[in-house]
Each structure stands twice: as structure tokens, then as C-alpha cells.
Design a protein around this ligand. Structure first.
Ligand code: TPP
Ligand code: MG
Length: 604
């Protein structure tokens, strides 16, 4: 995948700095030294005086290398960029954000990253905790008693060390904790005073190279044995494949395990690619909510093996609600309980399990395969029986639009078809899809073909995550392609400047329906329930009059963008041209007028 030698993110090298030849003179120099020894290639940031000491050390002590700063236009983007990067690499990026106001800006993106279980090391700061050292006004409004409390409900660990020595320990520890599965952001808040403190004797830098611990652990022998017995007894096993790795070997092992036991597989549009969608054992397209055809499979299964599936309890009860209660035994393999707390309800309901395996699910798959059990065909009916639910998309008007419609209007599946044709089989990574994207239009054969959603369903994340994925994919030969809603694009749009600035190849396609359309569907639903006029559902939702000019917006940030595409006939050629430009190194935005459709399964 990534060929390091080819990575060429625009470097910004400071003058007169020869890293390695500069003595540690300040508290923040010691912290920068430690950061350079962690495997942190980038530090996405919005600057602030609360970490001006560290900022100086990162530039004039470290030489702006390892980590290299990435300038962002909003703290939410800095975190989203780290999030997108982690989704591709599985590795943490650093993020630096200003005292409390910066953290407040960052907080929704931290929530997204937390719900998506990705690693990142967030370095925050505070004005002097010692009130006697505060400058008038600004240091007082940028200091708080317990800054970490702002995000403690949705971060894995936080600390506010009171000395340089303690800060070194704290940063090293935060780095280990965020990497360990289940991953989630960690936060270390650095008092401006300790950063700016002169150090006469350089403190000892923790030896972070010592720790060779794996980031996750496999199942114990008893759990493997019990799972094998359940699988051996099952006639219709079903695998719910949830948050799993981007490793192609893990991918192959999942396929081999499903084939060995004749298990049918259900995947989830909220997660990245985990299983080939064209495989005969993956009969139904994934959904954001459970599709009807997959509910039916749950009802028919006699064993459900859940591999870190999001909301197992809710999924099983949704199937029952659709008339498919399950009598299956349930095995849940996940380490997620380590993150569950009282604030965030992303721990979901109590899982109705027969067996919990608290291990890395991909390591369970590996252990099961290594156990070398006999192949069992499974007794599922032929996959043709599965009713493929997403064959047509239901509009709010109740009609079923399909590609090939006489008008030149572009529906979401026209966009999906045109994109597939424009990419013409060359390697690409679908970073995101918008809310109206049909599961049937997802076609994956490799773990980097699709990265899934943002974890916390916080709109505005798409552009930043696209930039982070582009950074991670730079030099891999795989083109990052993000299809974003217009609401999502505009809310997080200034993130794209960072892609242009660092010369990242990236293609963003905006599925522009001039609306927060998902919520139009909600208003229609409520109006219908209350027997009120559904035609008022656009009010408070439309993004028109004036119509934002997305191409002009993108160009003003240094991206390539042509006029809005309104005509189905020209779409493929425009997308092919944009993909070629992106492959040649440009950051490109294509604004496509889409007709709202495909939301039938979204409004719940
Ligand atoms: C931060 C945030 N604000 C509001 C919402 C509620 N919300 C969910 S989907 C959506 C509409 C998104 O619009 P767009 O990206 O254009 O997608 P569309 O539904 O039009 O396809 C909104 C506002 C949210 N999820 N996150
Ligand atoms: Mg929209």
C-alpha cells in the first residue's frame, strides 16, 4: 500500500534549524523531543498563544518534522483530518488545539472520532493554572479549572500534568492508550507556564521505543474452543461484520472463515469495507440501518457471530420488529466494553449474548481458522432467495426513480454509476458517501475501497476526513474520492484549503440537493403522522436563495472546480476529467446537482 519514499507532502522547513544539534533549553523543547520519538508523522493544528511555547519548540527545536504541522482553518477540521488519516492507517496523528475555545470548536469532531473508535493524540493547553502568573484578561478567559471535563465523556483518557517531567510521562502514556484497542482520542492539556519554563538540566525523556506491545489481543483458548463448538453445531451461521481492520490479510481470513462454515455475511454502511460485496455469501447490500432482507437473515440464523458490530442489541430488536425475531445463539466478539461510560450512550443496549469474547475480532477470526476445523457447507437457501432490498429507491413522493429515466436529472444512483464508470476500475478509495447513497451502489473488493462514516453522525466532518484520508493515501496509487452532501460540504468546507496547501491529490464530489434533505424526510414523516401538509417540509431546510456557488468557493481555496453539473449525459465525462486531474496531483471539487431520493431507509 503506502510506499513511504513517494510521499511528498509539501514540507515547510524552518531556516537555521539543524535538528539534533539544538540543546533542550525550555520545557516545551523536552516535550517536542518526546513527540519526535513517537510515531507521529503529522500534527494538525490551529495555533493559539496557550501553546506558543510548544509551537516554537516544534518549529525551532524539532525543525517541523515528525511531526510536521498541518495548518487547518478550524479545530473541527484538525480533528477530522486526524480521524480520516486514522481510518486509513489505523495509526494516530497528533492534533494541537488552543485552550478552551479551541477545544470547544474541536469537540464535535472528537465525539465523531470517539464513536468511530479511532486513535489520535490531542494536545491542548491552558493559560497559567497559577493565577499569579496570568496576564490580564486573555489568560483569565482562556483558563478553566478542569478543561478535560469538556470532552471527558467522549475521550479515552485525559490529563493536565503540573510539571515538565509529568507532562513527558503523560504524553507518552496518552500515546500508548490511544493506540490500544479499543482506540479513541486521548487529550493532554499543557499549562502554558510549564511549556515556557526554562530548564537548567534537561529532564529524562521516557524511552518510548521499549514498548513493543501489540495494540490488541487475541481470544483465550477457552473462548476459541467455545466458538468453534457453536460454529460446529450451527446449520445457518450468520456473521455480522462490524468495525474491523483495513488489513488485506484479515480480509482474506474473514472470507475463508465464512466459506469454511457456509456463513452468510451482513456488513454495515457505517463501517469501512470488511467483506467483498460481490461474494455469494454477502447476499444483501449494506445499510446504515438494518435492511429488511438482512433482518430476514437474522430471523433465520441459528448462530450469530457478531464481530464488533455497532449496536448488536438494536439490530436484533430491529429484526424482531420487522417480524424476524431470532432464536439464534449469539456470540459477540468485541473489546468495546472497555470504553463504555455513563455519559455517552454509544455503548448501546445490553447484548443478548450466549458468549462474549473480549478480544480483537480479527484475531478471533485468525484463531478460528488456525484451529483447522472441518469445512461445513451451512444450510442456507441459495442466495437468490434473499430479497435484495435496495433494488430501487423510494422517493418521498413514493415513486421509484431509476437510472435511464427520460429526464436529464441526476439521481444518486446515476451519480454512483457515473463515478464507477469514470474511475474505470483504477484503484480508488471511497472515503465517504452521502446519506442518500444506496447500499446497492457500494461495490467493494478490498478493505481500502471504502472507509465508512464518521462515527458520531456529526455533519461537517466529511471535508476534513477526506483531507485526512488523502494525506494517508498520498503516494499509494489509490485515489481518495469523497462523495459528500452539500450541507456536510459547506459546514466543513474550509477544511479543503489544507488539501490544496499541502498539494494532496483528492477528488470531492458534492451530491448537491440544495438542502439538508435528510431532515426534509423527517419533517414529511412527522407531518404525515399528524396529518399536516407535507409540502411545507422544505421550510427551514432549503439551502437556496441565494444558491451557494460551490465551485467558486472551492476555487477561492485553491482547488480545481468547474461549473455545477446538472445534466446526466455529461456527468461521466466530467467525473473522468476530475479523477484524471486528481490523479495528476490536484485537489478537485465537482459540484453535482442531484435530485433528492434514496432516503427511505434513513429517517427511521
Ligand atoms: C452537526 C449536525 N447538525 C445537524 C445534524 C442533523 N442532520 C442530519 S443529516 C442532516 C442533513 C445533511 O445535509 P446534506 O449533507 O446536504 O445531506 P442530504 O441529507 O441533503 O443528502 C442534518 C442537518 C447532524 N447530524 N449533525
Ligand atoms: Mg443536501
Amino acid at each position: 500500500m503506502r510506499r513511504e519514499a513517494e510521499v511528498d507532502v509539501k514540507a515547510e522547513n524552518p531556516d537555521g534549524v539543524e535538528r539534533g544539534k539544538i540543546a533542550i533549553e525550555w520545557g516545551s523543547d523536552a516535550l517536542a523531543e518526546l513527540l519526535s520519538r513517537l510515531d507521529l508523522r503529522y500534527l494538525a493544528l490551529v495555533p493559539g498563544s496557550s501553546y506558543r511555547g510548544l509551537h516554537d519548540s516544534l518549529v525551532n527545536y524539532n525543525g517541523n518534522r515528525d511531526p510536521q504541522m498541518l495548518v487547518c482553518l478550524h479545530e473541527e477540521h484538525a480533528v477530522a483530518i486526524a480521524h480520516g488519516y486514522a481510518k486509513v492507517t489505523g495509526r494516530p496523528m497528533g492534533v494541537a488545539i488552543h485552550s478552551n475555545v479551541g477545544l470547544m470548536h474541536a469537540s464535535m469532531a472528537i465525539y465523531n472520532a470517539y464513536c468511530d473508535r479511532v486513535p489520535m493524540l490531542i494536545i491542548g493547553a491552558t493559560g497559567p493554572v497559577d493565577a499569579a502568573r496570568r496576564r490580564p484578561w486573555i489568560d483569565w478567559i482562556h483558563t478553566s479549572t478542569d478543561q478535560g471535563a469538556l470532552i471527558r465523556g467522549f475521550s479515552k483518557w485525559d490529563d493536565q500534568p503540573a510539571s515538565v517531567e509529568a507532562a513527558l510521562e503523560s504524553l507518552a502514556r496518552a500515546y500508548s492508550i490511544t493506540r490500544e484497542a479499543p482506540s479513541a482520542p486521548t487529550y493532554v492539556c499543557l499549562d502554558v507556564s510549564l511549556q515556557e519554563q526554562a530548564v537548567a538540566t534537561p529532564p529524562e525523556i521516557p524511552d518510548v521505543s521499549r514498548d513493543k506491545s501489540p495494540r490488541s489481543h487475541g481470544p483465550d483458548a477457552v473462548a476459541v474452543q467455545a466458538t468453534l463448538e457453536f460454529l460446529g453445531q450451527a446449520r445457518r451461521p450468520l456473521f455480522l461484520l462490524g468495525r474491523l481492520s483495513r488489513d488485506p490479510d484479515d480480509w482474506d481470513r474473514r472470507v475463508a472463515l465464512a466459506e469454511r462454515y457456509g456463513a452468510v455475511v451482513v456488513s454495515d454502511l457505517k463501517n469501512g469495507a470488511v467483506f467483498p460485496t460481490a461474494h455469494r455469501l454477502h447476499p444483501n447490500p449494506p445499510g446504515t440501518f438494518l435492511p429488511a432482507a438482512s433482518a430476514k437473515l437474522i430471523g433465520e440464523a441459528d448462530l450469530i457471530l457478531s464481530l464488533d458490530w455497532i449496536d448488536l442489541a438494536g439490530t436484533i430488536s430491529a429484526a424482531a420488529g420487522r417480524g424476524h425475531p431470532t432464536a439464534a445463539r449469539v456470540i459477540s466478539c468485541t473489546t468495546d466494553a472497555a470504553l463504555h461510560n455513563g455519559w455517552s450512550k454509544d455503548s448501546y443496549g445490553r447484548e443478548p449474548v450466549d458468549l462474549t469474547v473480549p478480544a480483537d475480532p480479527d484475531l478471533l477470526v485468525r484463531a478460528l481458522l488456525e484451529a483447522d476445523g472441518p469445512a461445513k457447507p451451512g444450510e442456507w437457501a441459495a442466495p437468490e432467495d434473499a430479497e435484495v432490498m435496495a433494488a430501487g429507491t423510494v422517493t418521498t413522493a413514493g415513486t421509484v426513480p431509476t437510472a435511464g429515466d427520460d429526464s436529464s436529472d441526476i439521481f444518486m444512483n446515476d451519480l454512483a454509476d457515473a463515478l464507477r464508470e469514470a474511475l474505470d476500475g483504477s484503484p480508488a478509495c471511497l472515503v465517504r458517501v452521502p446519506l442518500g447513497w444506496r447500499g446497492a451502489d457500494l461495490d467493494v473488493g478490498h478493505p481500502l475501497d471504502y472507509l465508512g462514516a464518521d462515527g458520531g453522525a456529526g455533519i461537517g466532518s466529511g471535508p476534513g476526513m477526506a483531507v485526512g484520508a488523502a494525506l494517508a493515501l498520498e503516494g499509494s496509487g489509490r485515489l481518495p474520492v469523497a462523495v459528500l452532501g452539500d450541507g456536510d460540504f459547506m459546514m466543513g468546507g474550509t477544511a479543503v484549503w489544507t488539501a490544496a496547501h499541502y498539494r494532496l491529490p483528492l477528488l470531492i464530489v458534492v451530491a448537491n440537493n440544495s438542502s439538508y434533505y435528510n431532515d426534509v424526510v423527517h419533517q414529511e414523516r412527522v407531518a404525515a403522522q399528524r396529518q399536516r401538509p407535507a409540502q411545507n417540509s422544505w421550510i427551514g431546510q432549503a439551502i437556496a436563495d441565494p444558491e451557494p456557488d460551490l465551485a467558486q468557493f472551492a476555487r477561492s481555496f485553491g482547488l480545481h472546480a468547474g461549473d455545477r453539473v446538472r445534466d446526466r449525459a455529461s456527468l461521466r465525462a466530467v467525473l473522468a476529467g476530475a479523477a484524471a486531474a486528481a490523479r495528476a496531483g490536484a485537489s478537485v471539487v465537482v459540484d453535482v446537482r442531484v435530485r433528492p431520493d434514496g432516503y427511505g431507509a434513513m429517517s427511521g
